[in-house]
Structures are given as C-alpha cells and as structure tokens.
Ligand binder design. Structure first.
Ligand SMILES: Nc1nc2c(c(=O)[nH]1)N[C@H]1C(S)=C(S)[C@@H](COP(=O)(O)O)O[C@H]1N2
Ligand SMILES: [Mo]
Length: 320
C-alpha cells in the first residue's frame, strides 16, 4: 500500500515496477546459476511451479471449481516472493523472508459476536470439515498489479452456515494474529494493529468469497497468510486479510485497517472499479505480474456476473 504515516517509512517502500522486473531478471539469472551449481532440480522447480510444493505439505484438494479462471497462472515463485504483508515489512520482498518466524501451529480461530455457535475452532477443524476446492482467481492489488493464483480453500459461506449468524448480524469482521514477537512489523506504528477487515454479511455469503488454506495444492506459505486467510476476488487485495485468528458477527459496519489509515483513499467496500480513481492514481489499468504490457482493469475484477447485484442501487463512487 502507498501510505506514509510516519517518517520511519522509507520512500523506497514502493517498489517501482521497473525495479521489480529488473529484479526478476536478476532472480532468474541467479536461479540459472544455482541450477548449474546444484544440478537440474532447481530448473525443474522454475519450469513447473507446483512441483515446489513439498510432499508433506500437500493438501487434499477434492475438486476444481467452475468459478476458476482459465487464464495463465502466476508462477509459484512470484506468488510467494512478491507479497504485501505489513506485519512482515512494507517491502514486497521482505515477507518471504521475515514471515518464517510466524508460528502457524497450534492455531485457533475464535468466533464471537452475533452468532449461535460462539466457539474457538482449531485449524484442523477447518481442514477436516470442509472439502477443499481449487479456485483459480485473479487478485488485483490496489497498487496496480495483479496475479492469477490457484488457491485451495472452501466457501466462507460454508463456515458461516455452520456457526449460525443471528438475525441481527449484518457484517463479518476478521482479525489477523497480533504478536509483535513473531510479527516484527507490529513493533512499528505503520498501521493500527492488529490488521482488521470486514464484509457485509451478504458479501461474505457470496459463493466467490473463500477461506484459503493453500495454494498450488500445498499448504499456504506463511507470507501468503498461513494457516488461513480470506480471498475476496472482486475487491482490491487488501480486503483479503491474512492469518486470521478471529471472525466476529456484528450489526454495524466494522472498522477496517486501510480505511482507518486513509479514509479518503480506501473505503469499506473497495470493489475493484476502473471508473473510480484512487486519489493519487488511476485504477483503469493493471500490470499482470510477469507480463510487459498493461491490461484494462475490469469492473469487479471481472466477477461482475456473480457480484454486481450485491450493489444494486448503490452509488459506487460514494461507496468506494
Ligand atoms: N494481515 C494482513 N493481511 C493482508 C495484508 C497485510 O498487510 N496484512 N496485505 C493485503 C494486501 S494489500 C494484498 S494485495 C494481499 C496480498 O496477498 P499475497 O501477498 O498473498 O499476494 O494481502 C492482503 N492481506
Ligand atoms: Mo494490495
């Protein structure tokens, strides 16, 4: 994200695309050198990203989803090395390194608020209870880059139905783990911690919204939000909150981290919308990671058929 609230955030926080692409070339060059040094295995990993998923971390992926895009998938190496995860630094390359201190077991998700089954669920409950589907979704970051990610997860609605929201519940609030010892970014006031996000209950119940527990057929890497994260493909990436420890059913629109940080730049809804510019840049185009030419950004990130009706009658310039 592109906010500097405190003087301790270096202006180099934003990685210009040029630097990124140069770096990619460099990394590919380095990979080739490593391959020469260590044999063909690494070349195989570069060529076939899913092979880097180690056997012990394999997930039981039951089915493919009709909601998946057939577009080319972003390589595993990019999905797991170019991240936004401010708990592990504001630089896109730092989470891949720094997130490895995050303890993802034991892990529980507490459910509270306006819900019948208030309970703390162990991460294994999710893995055992719901059948895991592959959902290949576009992820569009508000900064203008996008990826195509083969997530493994299950509908958020399946879980919400199990916990039985009360009739007064209108919104769902999500909270990331707070532990400054494990999450060094939380030692700095870059954002208000813990990271929080929210959806309207009907958005949360939309079949496209999933809780992801893996990608490319293996467990979620820590930098991508292990062990469980939200994925809301029609909204800007920051809505897809990582490493969730709490899900609360509430009657009022909950506060959200980026909206609190800069309310004029990031609204509660944050639907991908090429017709509503960010105050500091256009949202009309995006660069798919790995491609040279920019593409047009699509309304609702291309998921309008499934989600446009959620916003019937709403002025999306006002509710951005
Ligand atoms: N807890 C938490 N969740 C987060 C973020 C974050 O900084 N902290 N960054 C968001 C942003 S801005 C984006 S674009 C996506 C990036 O997900 P990825 O790194 O798996 O591609 O995660 C989102 N979820
Ligand atoms: Mo983002």
């Amino acid at each position: 994200m592109l906010i500097k609230k405190k003087s301790d955030i270096p202006s180099s926080e934003i990685t210009p695309q040029e630097t990124y692409f140069n770096r990619r070339e460099f990394m590919i060059g380095a990979a080739a050198a490593a391959a020469i040094a260590t044999g063909a295995r690494y070349v195989g990993e570069m060529a076939s990203p899913s092979q880097v998923v180690h056997a012990e971390n394999k997930l039981n992926v039951a089915s493919k989803s009709p909601f998946s895009t057939t577009e080319a998938q972003t390589p595993y190496n990019d999905i797991t090395n170019y991240n936004n995860y401010y708990e592990f630094g504001t630089d896109k390359y730092s989470p891949a390194k720094l997130a490895q201190t995050l303890q993802t077991r034991p892990w529980t998700v507490e459910v509270d608020g306006l819900v019948k089954k208030k309970k703390t669920y162990d991460i294994d409950y999710f893995l055992k209870t719901f059948s895991i589907e592959e959902r290949i979704y576009r992820l569009r970051c508000v900064e203008g880059w996008s990826m195509v990610i083969p997530w493994d997860g299950f509908p958020l609605s399946s879980f919400l139905k199990q916990v039985e929201p009360a009739s007064k519940a209108k919104f769902v609030k999500f909270t990331t783990k707070y532990d400054p010892r494990e999450m060094p970014g939380q030692r700095y006031g870059v954002l208000d911690w813990p990271y929080v996000e929210g959806l309207r209950l009907d958005e949360a119940m939309n079949p496209l919204a999933i809780l992801a527990v893996g990608l490319y057929g293996g467990e979620l890497p820590k930098q991508d939000g292990a062990p469980i994260r939200l994925v809301v493909p029609w909204k800007y990436g920051f809505k897809s909150i990582k490493s969730i420890v709490k899900i609360s059913l509430v009657d009022k629109q909950p506060p959200t981290t980026w909206n609190m940080a800069a309310p004029n730049e990031y609204g509660f809804y944050s639907n991908v919308n090429p017709n509503v510019d960010h105050p500091r840049w256009s949202q009309k185009k995006e660069r798919r990671i790995g491609e040279f030419f920019k593409r047009d950004t699509l309304m609702f990130n291309g998921y309008g058929d499934q989600v446009a009706s959620l916003y019937n009658g709403m002025d999306l310039k006002k509710y951005f």
